[in-house]
Write a protein that binds this ligand. Sequence first.
Ligand code: AMP
Length: 214
Amino acid sequence: MNLILFGAPGVGKGTQAKILSHVYHIPHISTGDILRNAIKEENPLGLRAKEYMAKGDLVPDDVMIGLARDILDSDRCKNGFIFDGFPRTVAQAEALEAIFVELGIKVNRVINVELSDAQIVERLNNRFICLECGKIYNFGIDKFKAGDRCFKCGGEISQREDDKRETVMKRLEIYRTTTEPMRNYYSEKGLLQNINGEGDINNILQRFLRALQN
Ligand code: AMP
């Protein structure tokens, strides 16, 4: 199965992508996670992306398209994939289309997760992340308090720099103006399915599983 997920930051697509990757035994490819790792490793990709990400801006299309091509051409994606966070612009979607043609890949479904801006801001306010392994914690749902370490790897738990309120508002605006137009792009191709992102993880998962059964 070849899946593309998109939706505003904080709608829960990363959480669902991780679960679906276990259900369908296909890799979860999060471009945000790849970039955060690259920044941690201080490799050339990380050095290029760092400033954009800290400000809540998108990393330039040419960097992201090159990255996506390398990933799709690798063994990792030979049995399918879930793309989470790529494409994020119509230019990226068009370039991805050309890569799919070149590599003989067919996308099964493009899923757009929807949530209101007010709910997104509240979720991101409560979202914390392990700086070592990337595990996501939700204040109010997961039991942790200031100073606790990640129960999985012992790393430091902190808010993502780009989840701070001002940056969130900017990311949301970029999403509405630059990423949301992809809905038309994929809708015209008959690939788009919208999913309601309200409710808890299990509610949303059930909606995904129903959508993917059809
Ligand atoms: P995410 O974890 O998906 O919210 O991504 C975090 C940040 O990584 C974004 O705000 C962008 O700065 C950058 N990023 C991730 N994927 C892309 C993409 N496809 N195009 C441009 N920038 C991206």
